[in-house]
Design a protein around this ligand. Sequence first.
Ligand code: DC
Length: 221
Amino acid sequence: MGINIAIDGPAGAGKSTIAKLIAAKKGYIYVDTGAMYRAMALFLLREGVDPSDTAAIDAKCQEADITIGYEDGAQIVYLNGENVNGCIRTEEVGKMASVSSPNPNVRKKLVELQQKLAADADVVMDGRDIGTCVLPNAQVKVFLTADSHERALRRYKELTGRGEACDLAVIEKDIIERDRQDMTRELSPLKQAEDAVLVDSSHMTVEEVAETVISLCEKKF
Ligand code: DC
């Protein structure tokens, strides 16, 4: 096993920003597992699968070949050979990912891929179940969170910065609903691993969070 750093937490807590910084600083590979669930959701949407039809998700997910590669250090997600990075960050895909990611067949397929990546390389992996299920032996585990209003505000600034019209109250409502789905699902719910360190980024800068995580790594390696 290489060096494994697991960063879990709810949507909008800043996991990917921090994981990318740590990966760049340490020279490890960054693995964004949410992007894999999003690529699967994109496939299911393209196939016209009804989100409430569990049997259809079971069957169709077997036809999706999801792999990842790297270009200039950035993760590229391939869906049946197609680079889908530009298609997976929409609200529609996010909502489908939230509904399809609890499916056991979807999880089995993607967790196997994630574990294989971590067995072969030094990784910083972020998601919901990395410390609890995917990499239970990770040397550093962080549960990164922030209150829902702060997370909604960050998302609001990101969207308005890109010129997209949006409503802060609607964003916060969606975040709270996404948390509820991720935390109450039967299989691999979002929760802090017993040996994970809780970092609440509500009142911290990106630099402060990164320093906190780096100091946890330095205590280990
Ligand atoms: O982090 P994100 O918003 O890109 O994740 C997309 C969806 O995938 C979200 O609903 C949670 C789910 N997910 C998961 O179930 N397990 C993971 N390890 C990562 C993401």
